[in-house]
Structure formats: C-alpha cells, structure tokens
Design a protein around this ligand. Structure first.
Ligand code: CMC
Length: 436
C-alpha cells in the first residue's frame, strides 16, 4: 500500500477504497466513487463555510494562523512593511518577485499614468446621492469601469489582462478619493503625477485651494504601510468572491467589484468601521468591563477580535499598533486608543477569549489610526479595498492561468420536498407559509 494514501471503509457496503493524499489533502472528487449502488450519486463533502476545504493551489500568500505568520511570496510581512513601498509589494504579489530598480521605475510610471478617471466615470459618480456611503460608491464605480473598458472581457490575453490590472491599481485611489469628496461635497481633485501612490491619494482627498498638495511624510508612509498590510490575505471571503466570479471568465472590473462587495460586510473588511462605532458606544475606559460582559453574554461581538485563520495575535495588528505610535506623534493621540488598549488588556486575560483563541485582528487598531489621520469611519473599508485590489488581481491572474480551475460551482444537500402535486389557487391554505 503506498504510504501517501488514505483507506476508507464504507460501513454501508463494507467496501474499501484507497485515495491518494497530496499536500496533506485528498481530492473531494476521489470520494465520488464511494457509492451504495449504481443509482447513488457518490459521496460528497459538506463544508458550509469552507472550514476545511482548499479551493485552489496558490503561491501568493502563506499564513500560519497558529504561529501568527504572514508572508507574501515567501517574504515576512514585517520585512515588507519596513523595507518596501506598497507598489513594490503589489509588483511582488503580481509577478512573484521583488522588482529591480528599473522594473519598479517602469511599474510606478505605468500605475501613475493610469490614475485618471474618464470624465464619464466622474459624471457617473456625481449621480450618487449626496450622502451615499463611500463603499457603495466604490463598489458600483469599479463595476461601472467594465462599461468604460469593454475590451477587458478578453481575459485570456495576457497583455490585455495586465493592461486592466494596471488600470485598476491606478484608478482605485481616484475612485476612493472621489467617493469621499462627493460624500463631503467637495469638487474632484485630479491626480498629481509628481506624487507617490499614497501622497497622490492624500492629494486627491484633501487638497483644497493650495497650488500644490504637500503630504506629511510620516502620514503618507503610515498609509503605505497600512496598504502593504492589507494587500493580500490568501483565500478570505473577498478573495474567494473574486475567484468565484472570475471563474466564470467575468472581466476583472466586475470581479473586483464582487470582491469589494464581500469586503464591505461587517464580519470582513467592514469590521474596521464597526470597531470605531463600538468604541464610541463604550465611550470610556470605565465602561469596558460592562461591555466585555455583554460580549460574553452573547449580546454583542467584540469587533476587531477573532479570525478564522489566526489563533494567535494577528501579525498585521502588531505592526499597526507600532505604526500608530508614529502617526499619533504627528496627529496627537486618538483618545479611543485608551479604550481599545483596555479592551485588549481585559480580553487577553479573560477565559472566554483565551479559550476561543480570540486576539485582535487587523481591523482592531487600523480604524483608530485612520481616524487620527483624518478619515471618517465610512472611508475605512474603502482604504482596505484600495490595498486589497492588488491581492485580488494577483489571485485572479493565478486563477485565470491555472489549467485545473473551472467555473466555481459548489454542490448542495437538497433538503426540500420531493416532487408533489401542484395546488390550484383556490385550494391553497394561507397559513401554510410564514406571515410576511
Ligand atoms: N467576539 C465575541 N466572540 C467571538 C468573536 C468576537 N469578535 N469572534 C468569535 N467569537 C466566538 C464565537 O461566538 C464562537 O464562540 P462559541 O464557540 O461559543 O460559539 C467562537 O468564538 C468561534 O467563532 P466563530 O464565529 O466560529 O469563528 P469564525 O471563524 O466563523 O469567524 C470572524 C471569524 C472574524 C468572522 C469572527 O471572529 C468575528 O465575527 N469577528 C468580529 C468581526 C471582525 O473583527 N472581523 C474582521 C476579521 S479580520 C479582517 C478581515 O477578514 O477582513
């Protein structure tokens, strides 16, 4: 019997099957041969939230959740955050290697020269209600780019694919900034090609009447670090949406909009906004024990805590905590930090959190820092989406070029009726369905 196999005995039939184990994994399709008879469809696996199912092979991001390790293309996140710019990391994610000085120069040039939005896109955004949530505007506008660049539908042409990737990474900060300016009622600021990726983003957000926007270098670097930390995170909910939608050969704009929609949820990227709301609700350090009690009683969740993969301190949260110290030296300390630190202190000692291995995640401290930098809470998830666009596109590119991938189409366990007789209108009983 080969060593790397699994032997399964089906106790319904007494039959034994041997399936290969590769990379600590068995193929779900190998279970289909396990049947009780010719009419049987074959054995399936049931995994509602993908708790134990690998959906792809990927060489982009590695996470060891028990040890709190995160690496992009083999490089520890701590090193990348300290030594690289966001665009350098985006290049690494997409091309697999760190760029040389010349490669980086061309890459930055290309991205910088794709930051402008078509005037039609600008007009499209002007149509949103004055108080629209920036994340809703972001998602819709990224999707609308599909109408501006219909050639993006040819997802099999590598040159065309790269063109759309450059466009998307270039344009997401412009869309984000315009979402913000629209929300606060300020006119659109055009990109400034002299500035770095994050400086230009800050320019588009905050330039008023001054002839040239000058970004505070500590704040633009802090934003760059935050973008690096958020750039990719293997098969999270948003990336799974990107891959699932992309598997239908949908263009990258629509696929990215789907991924961003998933990110908007409060259990995912939307958590950073929720953390701030929670800290506002708690109000002061003295109220922390009472709030922790409500969490333990199951009334509320401690937002910014817990993770499907990390059962240890999220390495990104550690870097954000460090980086926020630099930001606070410029902006002044965000008073909410004291509440957050007290929440963390109590939670990390409390049996409820210890037993469940609940630690602060990336969203716990990022919002406090964003707020100190001048971002309103509604913008927090949009910032996450700008950075994650690089990761989504790297994952999409990997998907499109993977010969093993097909349209994503899970199975289900049907729990409804068997075939039954149609009931004419006059014979239907009103009480048979729940009241609406
Ligand atoms: N507060 C209180 N209890 C929690 C929390 C929390 N934040 N997170 C998990 N738990 C409990 C949960 O109730 C369950 O307890 P029990 O075993 O008694 O039923 C146990 O811990 C396991 O949790 P789970 O819900 O099975 O874990 P999951 O892997 O399905 O969910 C999560 C992961 C991130 C959705 C969840 O921890 C959560 O809702 N956290 C708050 C939202 C948040 O901060 N999200 C950002 C995640 S990081 C960035 C990103 O992904 O975008």
């Amino acid at each position: 019997m080969p060593e790397k196999t699994l032997t399964i005995t089906d106790n319904r039939t007494g039959q034994t099957y041997t399936v290969p184990i590769e990379d600590g994994t068995i193929r779900a399709m190998d279970l289909r041969q396990i049947k009780t008879g010719p009419e049987d469809f074959g054995l399936m696996t049931y995994d509602p939230a993908f708790m134990n199912t690998a959906s792809c092979r990927s060489s982009i991001t590695y996470i060891d959740g028990d040890r709190g390790i995160l690496r992009y293309r083999g490089y520890p996140i701590e090193v990348l955050a300290e030594r690289c710019t966001f665009l350098e990391v985006a290049y690494l994610l997409l091309f697999g290697e760190l760029p040389t000085a010349t490669e980086l120069k061309h890459w930055v040039h290309d991205i910088t020269h794709h930051t402008m939005l078509h005037e039609a896109t600008k007009k499209f955004m002007e149509g949103f209600r004055y108080d629209s949530h920036p994340m809703g505007m972001f998602v819709s506008t990224v999707a609308a780019l599909s109408s501006v660049y219909p050639e993006a539908r040819d997802v099999h042409d590598p040159k065309n694919r790269m063109h759309q990737i450059v466009r998307l990474i270039g344009k997401v900060p412009s869309i984000a900034a315009l979402s913000y300016r629209h929300n606060v009622g300020f006119p659109y600021v055009y990109p400034d090609n002299d500035l770095s990726y994050t400086e230009n983003f800050m320019n588009m957000l905050w330039k008023m009447v001054e002839p040239k926007y000058v970004a505070n270098p500590v704040l633009s670097r802090a934003l760059d670090i935050l973008f690096i930390l958020h750039a990719d995170h293997e098969q999270n909910c948003g990336t799974n949406a990107m891959r699932s939608v992309g598997s239908a050969q949908t263009d990258p704009y629509l696929s990215t909009a789907s991924a961003a929609s998933a990110l908007a949820g409060p259990l995912h990227g939307g958590a950073n906004e929720e953390v701030l709301k929670m800290l506002d609700e708690i109000g002061s350090k003295d109220h922390v024990p009472a709030y922790i009690k409500r969490v333990k009683d199951g009334q509320v969740k401690l937002m910014g805590f817990g993770h499907r993969i990390y059962k240890n301190y999220d390495p990104r949260a550690k870097i954000i905590k460090w980086s926020s110290e630099q930001v606070f030296q410029v902006t002044g300390r965000n008073p909410k930090l004291d509440i957050a630190l007290e929440l963390e202190r109590i939670a990390l000692e409390d049996d409820y959190f210890v037993k469940r291995k609940l630690y602060p995640n990336v969203d716990f401290y990022s919002g406090i820092m964003y707020q100190a930098m001048g971002f309103p809470p509604e913008m927090f998830t949009v910032l996450f989406a700008i950075a994650r666009t690089a990761g989504w596109l790297a994952q999409w590119q990997e998907l499109v070029t993977d010969p093993e991938q097909k349209i994503a189409r899970p199975r289900q366990i049907y729990t409804g009726y068997n075939e039954r007789e149609f009931v004419p209108m006059e014979k239907r009983a009103a009480a048979s369905v729940p009241a609406r």
